[in-house]
Ligand binder design. Sequence first.
Ligand code: C2O
Ligand code: CU
Length: 463
Amino acid sequence: MPLLTRRNLLKASAVAGAYGVGMGVAGKFGLAAAAPEPQLLTAVKTEAMLTEAGPTRDVMSWGRDGMPPVLRMTKGRPYAARLNNQLDEPTTIHWHGLRIDNHMDGVPFLTQPYVYTGDSFDYAFTPPDAGTFWYHPHCNTLTQMGHGMTGMLIVEDPADPEFDAEVLLNLRDWRLGGDGQFIAPFRSRDAAKSGTYGTVRTANWHQEPQYDVPAGGLVRLRMAITDVTRIFSLTMAGADAAVIAIDGNPVPKRFPLELLQIGPGQRLDLAVRMPDSEGAVATLEDIRGTRPKTIVSLRAAGQSLKRNIGDLGPLAENPLPKADLSAAVEIPLILSATAENAAVESICGTLGYSFWAINKVPWPGDTSDPTAPLAELKLGKSYVFNLENTTPHAHPIHLHGMSFTVISSSTREVMPLISDTYLVQPDEKVQLALVADNPGDWVLHCHIIEHQKTGMTSYVRVS
Ligand code: C2O
Ligand code: CU
């Protein structure tokens, strides 16, 4: 292996980019904030090499280059994208975790019309927060996301500390048979439990990839759990890793990654200090389930840079209004199982069952229609969601359009994390505080897509 410079690293893997000199300069002295050219995102059916068995057909992505492109934008700078639908079914794009205008949120009928085959839709917004996010359709999602449409989205802050390398991980599974082709997307008996797992696990559409990064260097590992089902229990072997951000937001206090559970929809940013000796390997592992599983390995390359995790400056906080807890109105959000019955046909695809409910209502598919909002919030007022999980399964509950702060849990000590997705454990009650500062109808749902599509979805109205 030749010595890897930042430039070589970029070439060595499509995902390990130089973070630092190049990016910093572009960020600080780049284009002025004029309306940008839209980035073209063409939704297509394609083929991809996911297993040894040969190309998988009916893969869905934006563009034909395999994994959806990593979208890069800058905090506070306008961004635009044109979705062009070449699929044979309607689609949209939701920008998971971005606090943007409601009509850019990508939820069919609730915030925008369907984008039909051959049509396009222009998205334009200015991301207010820096961090690691992702994007996906909000329509027939078990199929569209399950077949590949889950992409990473990075919002840069030019003031972020410099790392020696950055590695992005888009973590997801595929439900493929031994011939490498898609099998049934779910089993109803699993949808009524923790969801149906994929059969092939990938990071960046590769099984257990290995990336070269500078020995003794500091690596920013940004990951997004874009799978429709799987919850991870992450640990790092062979290197020290500090958790620096969760769900796009800097943690109030950095802590070493020992074991962290993270569910579909969530993101994690780690600062990894690579070992000093050339060839040493650090592995990120998922120890949930019976056998530990390697997700990715990082190989130390070159002469040690002898960096120190403690030298890393802080990430800037994102500009979130603080909820006024003394005046906050409390809203119950009780997750339960529901008597199994057939789901009503929904405008956005149904799985044909309902198994789950929020506040006793099993919601139809991932659309709001025709049910009224779960709660009506007054613009500018503070609220506390009392989220209670009365089921024996964990649920990553995601709110569109606004971020909340975790203020308490009935089962553990919590940091005041700012997030858009909370993984609520069985029998846990948690309080999530927010200011209803973004007008519109905002979906709130479990990000285990089978749960979302069998009752565990709803929306709140802010006006
Ligand atoms: Cu990640 Cu309703 O979305
Ligand atoms: Cu769930």
